[in-house]
Design a protein around this ligand. Structure first.
Ligand code: EPU
Length: 417
């Protein structure tokens, strides 16, 4: 898909934020822990969700998807996941933990995903080992029950995926498993909320998650198990950054949890934006001239890595040089060369991204991954002339209705084909 983006002058309007992509991917896999019907509301209609649904169907799930509501029934499930789709989405790695909890074994191709850099699963396997699973590092990967027992898992570094997979595995093992140094992203807490509805006792303390696992889910309070997916904080942040990049924008984003965006809002205010929060919406007014920043990106509650590429584009339009350092994915740099094609003064120095005020002009660029695609749309909307973005379909992997939402805000964007 090729996107055509023409110079845009004004960003104004109101849009509704969709449900979280990353929560939904994990929640859909979490449904495998139960044989009861699971109903997930506010699931975004995006490519990655369609793929995970297809993978679940291939192992026996019965799934209905209508108007952002997923109804899932997992009566008879196969532990073998050899779908080619597994290599296409990172979220498929949640099948490791979910199927171990459900079937006590799993056979799965190596999970893939947005290939912006190397994305190992060693921490997932480390936790599986410590819980008594035997990992055969073959292709496909085979993990089987050994002497399975609850344990204390100390992660040497925080990982969203490894934390969620460990919670899944521990949910079905009698006794208390403690995760030390877990990821505590809102998406991880959203998964815990669903599992609690399945009668799994989970408590969260400072830098610790305790899971009191049960072999059989017996105490489910009400059927079906219904859960509302949290709003997508990265989608929200993307549109706030888009609006901030243009002078005097006024936007309102609805269906958003501002407490998930605390450090994003602090950053936007430091750049000069005015922010007004209500319980489920955020209004932003951008300044005439955007200030610069010196920012470290790290795990939640820090500014999120998923907005790093998009922030890089926004900062091209600030008054002076900015420096950002992404400590979660330091090699998530696919946007740099593409932005340079538009004339951006952006480069890497000692693992820091240096961004200087730039005047852009149109070119042909290529989206290399999901967040790179959004970063390119923002930059292209500032460039003189008409920019073509190849592989624009990356946008559809993670943003629901991105073109209609951007058009509603005033971005001159269209699909050529
Ligand atoms: N890591 C390891 N070993 C592992 C797992 C991770 O070294 O076994 C490293 C990674 O290489 C990275 C860091 O730990 O340096 C954090 O990775 P994490 O495991 O937290 O990332 P993930 O679970 O693979 C999820 C999101 C990403 C998001 C990250 C960080 C999903 C499907 N993906 O990935 O979302 O960037 O957490 O918040 O939930 C996106 O939406 O654009 C996206 C890439």
């Amino acid at each position: 898909m090729i996107l055509k983006v023409a110079k845009t002058t004004n960003i104004n309007g109101t849009i509704r934020i969709s449900g979280s992509k990353n929560s939904s991917l994990a929640l859909i896999c979490a449904s495998l822990l139960s044989k009861e019907e699971v109903v997930l509301n506010n699931v975004p209609d995006i490519e990655d969700i369609k793929k995970i649904i297809e993978i679940l169907r291939s192992i026996g799930s019965n799934i209905k998807y209508e108007n952002n509501t997923l109804t899932i029934q997992n009566r008879k499930i196969s532990y073998k996941v050899n779908s080619e789709l597994v290599r296409q989405i990172r979220g498929s790695s949640y099948l490791i933990g979910a199927l171990l909890a459900r079937c006590k074994k799993v056979e799965i191709s190596e999970p893939g995903g947005c290939n912006f850099c190397d994305r190992p699963i060693d921490l997932h396997l480390y936790a599986a080992n410590l819980l008594g699973y035997v990992v055969k590092n073959t292709s496909p990967l085979i993990i089987k029950k050994g002497n399975v027992t609850s344990n204390t898992i100390i992660f040497p570094k925080k990982s969203v995926g490894a934390t969620i997979n460990t919670i899944f595995m521990a949910s079905n093992i009698d006794g208390i498993t403690t995760i030390i140094n877990p990821s505590l992203e809102p998406e991880v807490l959203d998964v815990c909320k669903l599992l609690k509805k399945m009668s799994i006792e989970i408590s969260i303390e400072e830098n610790k998650i305790l899971i009191n696992g049960v072999k059989k889910l017996t105490k489910i309070i009400s059927y079906p198990i219904v859960h509302e997916v949290i709003p997508d904080r990265i989608e929200a942040g993307s549109y706030l950054l888009l609006a901030s990049s243009f002078p005097n924008s006024k936007i309102e984003i609805q269906n958003v949890n501002s407490s998930h965006l605390t450090n994003v809002l602090i950053l936007l205010k430091s750049l000069g934006a005015k922010i007004i929060k209500t319980p489920d919406s955020i209004k932003l007014e951008s300044p005439q001239t955007l200030k610069n920043t010196n920012l470290i990106i790290s795990e939640y509650p820090y500014f999120p890595t998923d907005l790093q590429q998009i922030l890089s584009s926004t900062l091209l339009f600030s008054q002076s040089k900015s420096v950002i350092e992404d400590r979660v994915f330091p090699k998530r740099l696919s946007h740099l060369n593409e932005l340079k094609k538009l004339g951006a003064k952006i480069y890497l120095e000692n693992e820091q991204i240096i961004i200087e005020p730039s005047i852009l002009s149109s070119s042909i660029v290529e989206a290399k991954d999901l967040r790179c695609a959004m970063a390119l749309v923002i930059a292209a909307a500032h460039a003189e002339g008409v920019t073509l973005i190849e592989k624009g379909e990356y946008l559809l992997r993670g943003y629901e209705n991105p073109l209609s939402k951007m058009k509603r805000l005033g971005v001159n964007v269209d699909i050529i084909y």
